[in-house]
Design a protein around this ligand. Structure first.
Ligand SMILES: Nc1ncnc2c1ncn2[C@@H]1O[C@H](COP(=O)(O)OP(=O)(O)OP(=O)(O)O)[C@@H](O)[C@H]1O
Ligand SMILES: [Mg+2]
Length: 232
């Protein structure tokens, strides 16, 4: 479904990705792991068109994303939950979700009511300005906003970072439910146990290259790889 091959990317004159390749198949949950600054967000930004790669190819169901703008990439069916959430502060929760609703053939179609069912805490704040929400509520809103675009693939960058345990747990159980519904997922997160409980497959980035890739079953018992590439 998503195929990234030989991706290279730079900020100005400093290159940060050196040939990243990864694949997300239909209905699969894929984890992108690695320590701080290893290139996870840069990889995601390149995929969603927020950054133009200097080399490599990115295709989605066979369509090259190279010449597309970020909104066109979104239209293809990417639901993107960015690092730091980036919600619109002045819209209410309801307005913000309503503004992003779109219908799509061959995908589960979501509306605002579906999101409120998934996150009842958000329904209770539907008339609040989004900027007044707690961090956890804003994160649920960011996920809901991605879902109402009725994505074929949802991409989450550090969606549980800095949140209270009860909210983190809610988000992980929602992601497990989305996976059961066969939504494809590409996720960056530092909670190894939680992310590996969800993911089928993992890629570990180290200094802008894929240093390890394999199944969750292979990574979980592999203390040496975890220590070498993930331990802080
Ligand atoms: N806007 C930017 N301008 C210049 N350098 C950047 C920029 N964003 C990231 N970098 C650098 O690129 C490298 C990769 O950063 P990136 O954000 O992709 O890492 P990450 O794996 O997502 O890290 P984290 O776990 O901290 O989110 C780092 O060395 C970082 O300092
Ligand atoms: Mg990052």
């Amino acid at each position: 479904m998503l195929n990234v091959a030989g991706l290279e990317a730079s900020y100005g004159s400093s290159q940060v990705l050196f040939g990243v390749s990864l694949t997300v198949s239909e209905g699969q949950a894929v984890a992108l792991l690695g320590r701080n600054g290893m290139g996870k967000t840069t990889t995601i930004k390149s995929i969603v068109g927020a950054l133009t790669p200097t080399r490599g190819s990115i295709t989605f169901n066979g369509t090259s994303l190279a010449k597309l703008r970020d909104y066109e990439i979104c239209r293809l069916g990417f639901g993107y939950v960015p690092e730091g959430r980036r919600i619109f502060q002045h819209l209410t929760v309801q307005e913000q979700l309503d503004a992003f609703v779109r219908k799509r053939d061959n995908a589960r179609n979501w509306n605002t009511a579906d999101v409120f069912e998934l996150f009842p805490a958000l329904a209770a704040r539907r008339r609040s300005a989004s900027g007044l929400l707690s961090g956890g509520e804003q994160q649920m809103l960011a996920i809901g906003r991605a879902l109402v675009t009725s994505p074929r693939l949802i991409i989450l960058d550090e969606a549980t970072e800095g949140l209270a345990p009860v909210i983190r747990d809610r988000i992980w159980s929602v992601l497990a439910e989305l996976k059961r519904q066969k939504l494809s997922i590409l996720i960056v997160d530092k909670n190894i146990d939680d992310i590996m409980a969800l993911a089928d497959y993992a890629y570990i980035l180290n200094k802008g290259t894929v240093a390890w890739s394999g199944t969750a079953e292979a990574l979980l018992p592999d203390r040496e790889t975890q220590q070498r590439l993930l331990a802080v």
